[in-house]
Structure formats: C-alpha cells, structure tokens
Design a protein around this ligand. Sequence first.
Ligand SMILES: Cc1cc2nc3c(=O)[nH]c(=O)nc-3n(C[C@H](O)[C@H](O)[C@H](O)COP(=O)(O)OP(=O)(O)OC[C@H]3O[C@@H](n4cnc5c(N)ncnc54)[C@H](O)[C@@H]3O)c2cc1C
Length: 137
Amino acid sequence: MGGEGVVEQVFDRQKMVGYDGGERGLHSYEITVSAAYALNSLKSSSEIVDTCMRFLRDYYPAARDAELVHAKVVRMPRATYSERPGTAGTRPPQLTTVRGLALAGDWTATDFPSTIGGAAQSAELATRAILDQMPVG
Ligand SMILES: Cc1cc2nc3c(=O)[nH]c(=O)nc-3n(C[C@H](O)[C@H](O)[C@H](O)COP(=O)(O)OP(=O)(O)OC[C@H]3O[C@@H](n4cnc5c(N)ncnc54)[C@H](O)[C@@H]3O)c2cc1C
C-alpha cells in the first residue's frame, strides 16, 4: 500500500474475531509495517498513527470521514532479524553435534529469510536430521 517501511498490510481485525462493531458501529483495523526503520526511529507514536491514517484515508474512501477513537502503536524491532549480505553464514544448520537434538526456527539456515516459509522449511530439515540418525528397520 504505502510501500516498504510505510504501510504494508491492513487487517480487518473485526472480521477476524467476529465482532459486529456494537451499537456505536465501530471498526477495528490492524496495520503492519515491515522494515519500519524510519518509522520506528524517527517518529513518535502519534506521528505514526497520523501517517497511517493519512494512507488509510487516501486508499479507502470510506475512511475519509471516520473518527479515530483509539489507536495503539506496537513496536517490535527485534521480532525478526534483517537479512543483509554476509549474514547467511551466521545461521546454524538444523543438525547439531548432540545426537537426537536438532534446531528449528526461522533463524536457522534455510532458503528463506526470517519468514513463515523459513520456519516451515527449518522444521522439515530438523525432522529429517533426526530421522536420518534413527536406525533403519
Ligand atoms: C509483526 C510480524 C509480522 C510478520 N509478518 C510475516 C508475514 O507476513 N509473512 C511471513 O512469512 N512472516 C512474517 N513474519 C515472520 C514470521 O512470523 C516468523 O518468521 C515465524 O513466525 C517464525 O517462526 P518460528 O517457529 O521460527 O518462531 P516463532 O513463531 O517465534 O515461535 C517460537 C515459539 O517459541 C516460544 N518460546 C520462546 N522461548 C521459549 C521458551 N524458553 N520456552 C518455551 N517456548 C518458548 C515462543 O513463545 C514462540 O511461540 C512476521 C513477524 C512479525 C513479528
């Protein structure tokens, strides 16, 4: 929507949890921003809310006259790591030197960055690593 570092995804939280908005006809949305370096380091929470509202109003005409009754900014700068040239070698393989112990997680060595796809592949590789150690038959 706004591009990387601005506004990426808008989730209709109300629809997700089955809330009808009550008597006041409220709406609840969640906006996510990845690689939010500029937003996180340069802007206060109220500035972030203003920026997001500006985008929402631009892209969703029905939001233009909406009154904002509540907003919360949740910053998670360390939730995932940022892949940079040279960081691939720092990710450990799933197989460890301890028999019967394998590592899984998006931070281990996979073909993907820190994503659901990476987490899923790491689980598959970890499972294979354990199974390969088991005696056949
Ligand atoms: C805001 C946000 C948006 C994202 N959006 C996307 C997206 O759109 N697409 C995408 O592909 N990826 C996205 N990701 C990344 C994706 O969520 C992660 O890469 C993925 O969930 C990692 O999976 P995982 O199993 O490695 O770790 P996690 O999902 O973090 O699972 C680790 C689990 O271990 C538990 N745990 C930690 N320590 C302990 C302990 N000591 N004892 C017991 N349990 C413990 C934690 O509570 C957690 O439940 C997003 C991440 C965030 C934070």
